[in-house]
Design a protein around this ligand. Structure first.
Ligand code: AAL
Length: 394
């Protein structure tokens, strides 16, 4: 054993010291063994070229916009033993007010589980078609982001024929000029029929605890017939960026089920509009229930579930022209991150470390299911000691 150890020592002692960034011995590519941070001065293949042109750093571990995701069940929500009559989904972003975290979400509490998208004809005034039919917007608070207390309804369904009489769902929150605004989808017909062709409406309040006053009108209009967002304005997601309200939303070329999901941007000076759609819309060619957050001088986004660029984290230095910054896996669906600087970013966004998301399809038939809220944790923040966090994750 002693001899073997001595031999090993001699072997190591005889090795030339490794030089940072030096090419491998016998390496004919001329490519240094340690991936350089700067582009090598030689022609590159398409793939290696992308490494330097499309991503923020050649190595994911150096890229502030790369993260994996951890998930934790939440405490404090009752799901009626999972019988499908109660569902919570599509959480808003999380905000911190009055010493606690707040979140708003779609809650369905119906006599029966949904009959399913394909059976929408069987829905009634009390029997839901899909998971988000006959829903209301509820809210919950938490001191630590894990244990939540459901506080009650924030926005209920107004009487017919007001916007949202059939269902109000998929909220997000804005704080602006000392007031709070909830933006959400207002259904005028059951989902699964033509109800999903819905626009966005809003309510406002002086306190995150309400009471909420519905504006009773459409705030972000569907596009003109023939345009990409003619059918729906879904998943509204407001941020304050460069002093204006940037409201991102999902729409689709075509109608379900043959549709291509994309995301657009509408900008306003005032929370209740008028919202002007960006001339370059759509600004994302993929993604469902998309989350956005200020990052450095621009906006970053989690691109999930639908489209060619699903499972990417993208970045737009101007909030408009997004490019893939990182490719990851198991991204949170319908993420509502805690975005500390969502409403006062001065082109110095700090990123995110956690939020709420949902898990759907607790059932065996699409749309005939219930959903639960969960917490996700990630490292998409400039404030974390990245290296330390990543070491503990590996
Ligand atoms: C979600 C969201 C919107 C849709 C429905 C409820 O995935 O995109 O909110 O309308 O499904």
């Amino acid at each position: 054993n002693g001899l073997v150890a001595l031999g090993m020592c001699l072997l190591f002692a005889c090795q030339p010291p490794k030089k940072e960034g030096a090419p491998l011995e016998n390496d004919t590519t001329g490519f240094p063994w340690d991936i350089p941070q700067t582009r090598p001065d030689r022609p590159l293949s398409e793939a290696m070229d992308r490494l330097y042109s499309d991503y923020r750093t050649p190595r994911p571990e150096d890229n502030e916009l790369y993260s994996s995701f951890a998930y934790t069940p939440l405490e404090g929500f009752d799901y009626h033993d999972g019988d499908g009559t109660v569902s919570r989904r599509d959480p808003s972003k999380v905000i911190f007010e009055n010493g606690q975290y707040y979140v708003w979400y779609t809650k369905r509490d119906t006599q029966t589980p949904p009959v399913g998208w394909g059976n929408a004809d069987q829905s009634t005034e009390v029997i839901p078609s899909t998971d988000w039919d006959l829903a209301e917007i509820w809210y919950a608070t938490s001191k630590d982001g894990f244990r939540w207390e459901e506080r009650g309804v924030a926005v209920s369904r107004p009487d017919k024929p007001a916007v949202g009489w059939r269902s109000v769902s998929t909220p997000d929150v804005l704080k602006f000029g000392g007031k709070y605004y909830l933006y959400y989808q207002g259904f005028m017909e059951a989902s699964g029929k033509k109800g999903d062709h819905c626009p966005v409406t809003a309510s406002y309040a002086d306190s995150p605890d309400g009471p909420w006053t519905p504006v009773g009108k459409i705030v972000v209009e569907n596009g003109e017939p023939g345009t990409w967002d003619q059918y729906s304005i879904h998943d509204p997601y407001p941020l304050v960026y460069k002093g204006k309200i940037y409201l991102y939303y999902k729409a689709a070329f075509g109608d379900r089920p043959d549709y291509l999901v994309a995301n657009g941007l509408a900008i306003a000076d005032n929370p209740l509009g008028p919202f002007e759609k960006h001339p370059l819309n759509p600004v994302l060619n993929s993604s469902h229930e998309t989350a956005y957050f200020p990052f450095e001088e621009g906006i970053a986004t989690l691109v999930t579930r639908n489209g060619n660029e699903s499972n990417t984290i993208q970045y737009a230095p101007d909030g408009v022209n997004f490019k893939i910054a990182a490719v990851s896996a198991l991204l949170p669906l319908a993420a509502g991150p805690y975005v500390p600087d969502a409403f006062d970013s001065q082109a110095n966004g700090r990123g995110i470390t956690w939020g709420l998301c949902h898990f759907t399809n607790y059932g065996n038939d699409w749309g005939k299911d219930y959903s639960v809220l969960a917490r996700f944790d990630c490292d998409l923040s400039l404030d974390l000691d990245d290296k330390k966090l990543k070491q503990t994750q590996t």
